[in-house]
Ligand binder design. Structure first.
Ligand SMILES: [Zn+2]
Length: 197
């Protein structure tokens, strides 16, 4: 069946989005065709606005429309604590925990383990923050996998040289998980992070 070219184009574009398969793309496209014209105009303007006006904060890497971002500018945040994360989206998750320190996003230009060598990681912005002398604890909140593990160890050695305390999130066993099916890193971390009962 031949579709009208503009409808086909819309479906093709929607298909490029993550988690959108052919059926969903078609459903969304047909939904958009039924929306009031004014709402479609607004949607397209909102897409453009977000794409054009949101960028990584030059200090911490969080996604922002002002530079530095509202977290970096907030006088009530604890400047002595710096939490290092892989992606800006990790900050959104950590903000829900009530953490009140600052952040540093690693992956603004660096893809973990892809083609890069750890030594090539651009740590200049991080070292600049640490050089200001206010941070006394760096919390490594990288993902609990092999890449995160290797990068955490590397960062711990770099930050440790600055005589700054380095901690990491305690990664426990998932609730409802079986010990026998836990991978080696999770289990070792759970062992290391054990607490008195
Ligand atoms: Zn920032």
């Amino acid at each position: 069946m031949r579709l009208a070219r503009p409808l086909e184009n819309l479906i093709d574009q929607l298909l490029k989005l993550p988690t959108i398969g052919p059926k969903t793309a078609q459903r969304l496209a047909l939904y958009i065709l039924k929306m009031p014209l004014e709402e479609v105009r607004q949607l397209s303007q909102i897409l453009l606005d977000a794409r054009e006006k949101v960028f990584p904060c030059s200090v911490c890497g969080y996604l922002t429309d002002i530079d530095p971002c509202h977290i970096c500018c907030d006088p009530d945040r604890d400047r002595s604590s710096l939490c290092i994360v892989e992606e800006a989206s990790d900050i959104i998750a950590l903000e829900r925990t009530g953490y009140k320190g600052k952040y540093f996003v690693l992956n603004r230009s660096f893809k973990l383990m892809d083609d890069n060598d750890l030594g090539e990681m651009n740590l200049v912005p991080l070292l600049k923050i640490l050089g200001e002398g206010e941070v006394n604890e760096v919390i490594l909140a990288l993902n609990p996998n092999i890449d995160g593990e290797i990068t955490s160890r590397y960062l711990a050695s770099v930050v440790g040289k600055q005589k700054i305390r380095v901690t990491r999130l305690a990664h426990g066993l998932p609730v409802g998980g079986d010990i026998e099916f836990a991978d080696e890193i999770t289990l070792r971390r759970a062992m290391e992070g054990r607490k008195e009962l």
